[in-house]
Write a protein that binds this ligand. Structure first.
Ligand SMILES: [Zn+2]
Length: 258
């Protein structure tokens, strides 16, 4: 008897063991977001929604090209800046916690013979590079890749003022992906101030920004010019770029990158 495949065999949240059992998966994608205020008009889950939807969109394209990839459940736990982490229900998650979560996922995949993991990160406060470097000795036959989607060159070209946090880019994306969760008319202007010290302004020295001191509405970036159309263009650009990357990664063995 041939069993009908679930229509979305690349989204773990929505698929079942019957489907998974029939497939030979070669890669996992881990969307990683945060839970934090995003001005007055976007949901706390903004980063998590973006990571998940971008992962699913890219996996859908890659799947059609024969890349057997699975989008894992999104992790909604980010590392927060001072001034943001004091706000109610902002869920600060220490790097040491993130490391344990990632390690457990890698250990599961390792047992199951899936040796490629790509993290799709949405949150500027998350920095997985050091963790991945640290894991190279423990998981030396793995490909572990990190995509900070907001750093992909070209993704901000669809906007007048992309912004940094709850600005035009993020607002447009959520308007496109989840219009029911956006109330732009309630948005603050996302105005922010920078450091007063030149060395910090110029990036000679880095220190985390105190969110409560730089912004009065938690936003950094003006959302007023956001539209769903801009969000759609950006989203489609991102998922195609990432799908191309997934196809490339799947095409070689993890130890054959050079
Ligand atoms: Zn965000």
């Amino acid at each position: 008897m041939t069993k009908k495949l679930s229509s979305l065999p690349y989204i773990l949240d929505q698929t079942n063991w019957g489907t998974v059992k029939q497939e030979k998966y070669e890669m996992a994608i881990l969307p990683w977001g945060a839970t934090e205020p995003h001005n007055y008009h976007l949901p706390y889950a903004t980063d998590t929604i973006q990571a998940k939807e971008i992962a699913v969109g890219a996996a859908a394209i890659a799947w059609q090209d024969g890349v057997k990839t699975m989008v894992l459940p999104a992790i909604p736990l980010g590392l927060q800046n001072p001034g943001q982490l004091d706000l109610p229900f902002c869920l600060n998650t220490r790097l040491s916690t993130q490391k344990v979560i990632l390690e457990d996922i890698l250990m599961s995949l390792q047992k199951q013979g899936i040796k490629r993991l790509v993290i799709i990160n949405s949150h500027g406060g998350n920095d997985f590079k050091s963790l991945v470097r640290d894991f190279q000795t423990q998981f030396n036959d793995f490909f572990i890749g990190v995509i900070d989607w907001f750093k992909i060159v070209g993704c901000d070209e669809f906007f007048d003022e992309p912004g940094d946090h709850a600005g035009e880019m993020e607002t447009s994306l959520i308007q496109y992906l989840h219009p029911d969760l956006v109330t732009v008319e309630e948005a603050g202007d996302g105005r922010s101030i920078g450091f007063k010290l030149n060395s910090l302004k110029k990036g000679v020295v880095w220190t985390p920004r105190n969110w409560a001191k730089i912004s009065s509405d938690t936003g950094v970036g003006n959302p007023k010019m956001a539209t769903s159309e801009k969000g759609e263009k950006c989203f489609k650009f991102l998922i195609q770029s990432i799908a191309n990357a997934l196809r490339e990664i799947a095409s070689v063995n993890p130890d054959d990158l050079y």
